[in-house]
Design a protein around this ligand. Sequence first.
Ligand SMILES: NC(=O)c1ccc[n+]([C@@H]2O[C@H](COP(=O)([O-])OP(=O)(O)OC[C@H]3O[C@@H](n4cnc5c(N)ncnc54)[C@H](O)[C@@H]3O)[C@@H](O)[C@H]2O)c1
Length: 412
Amino acid sequence: MEPALRVDVVHGLDVDPVKIEALNQGRSYIKHIESSAIAEAVKAGTFSASEDFRRIREVEAVIICVPTPLNKNREPDISFIINTGKSIAPHLHKGILIVLESTTYPGTTDEDLRAVLEAGSSLKAGTDFHLAFSPEREDPGNPNSKVAAIPKVIGGYTPACLERAKAVYGKAIKTLVPVSSCRAAEATKLFENIFRSVNIALVNELKVVYTAMGIDVWEVIEAAKTKPFGFMPFYPGPGLGGHCIPIDPFYLTWKAREYVQNTRFIELAGEINTAMPEYVVHRVAEALNAQRKAINGSRVLIVGLAYKADVDDDRESPSYVLMNLLQQRGASVAYYDPYVPVIRPTREHPHWAGTKSVKWDRETVGDFDVVLVATKHASVNYRELADYARCIVDTRNAMSGIPAKPQQVWKA
Ligand SMILES: NC(=O)c1ccc[n+]([C@@H]2O[C@H](COP(=O)([O-])OP(=O)(O)OC[C@H]3O[C@@H](n4cnc5c(N)ncnc54)[C@H](O)[C@@H]3O)[C@@H](O)[C@H]2O)c1
């Protein structure tokens, strides 16, 4: 018989002392998560954070949600999972549940993670401790999306592992979706993200083709989405961003090679989406050319640095690619983003660290040769933009319905 489950106290473990300090002081470091909820839980004694992995001895379940990036050769880097597994293993005890939530290729939980947990603990998964995979599903920037209401897919290493994971998540999540194995759950998450990547690539390709034909792809999407069955709208943009859609599909590509399988849709979608920033820069050149100007020597303002509307997350943002391409062509580049007041140091774009968002007023915005809308934050006033800016290249249809002067707005 399993001991009764208590899920009334949560302890957060991280290797980043800055995050731990913020959480213990009741401060959120993510824009869409309210500080008040954290502060309340800290005050009530139901939540605390630390770097001390010995705390695992006190808990009944551990949920691992660490980064799963690609390395320099665009291959999966599961070192964060492996290192976390190594830190957890010495503190495992009988009956504990370990769930991996990081997006990864099928086999990570029951091969790679299981191996480090068993080696470091001398306990056996499925016999001494429970092991499961349950992908994280989140819709950052959507205020109506609540984690408790998002159905949660769970796969267990054994049927008993699945039951234990269902008991834990059932305390917080309304709808659970059990699947037959950890691998099926891992494959489900990859399918969801590949589906997005492929459909975004399709609409990006149609954008280029329709633009050449003088057809507005945004108008076409609006019309197509009135079909009540068999259609789902996806929207074009300046390229893929965020830490999921540009990265996760390549976890499957890598693993598929082991089975001598190709992932042609994933590769093609990656190719089309990666080419988008070049296309947008080409449209910037056209817009400047119409003013008898070149990119070289022009002043360009990027509006929106975050990879997605209404979030403060600039990881893998195509805005950086646009800024780099424009700068390489001799433009002087600045940005405006109400959610990213200053660019933090990153491994990918160290040369932009410390750059500050410009002010939003007629004098500042009106001084640029061209303004490039890369992200459509709802809090940006696009009517003011039409009023302030000489020339706007719009990758998000942000200027739709706003009166503009001839040749002022260029869709890209
Ligand atoms: N953020 C999302 O919206 C989202 C949605 C779905 C899936 N995911 C997946 O969830 C995973 C995590 O994503 P994220 O955005 O939270 O990443 P993140 O980069 O914010 O990292 C999460 C935390 O892990 C910590 N960490 C790193 N190494 C550690 C270690 N050895 N031990 C303990 N903590 C460690 C980091 O300090 C960080 O606070 C990824 O696999 C991602 O693909 C994220």
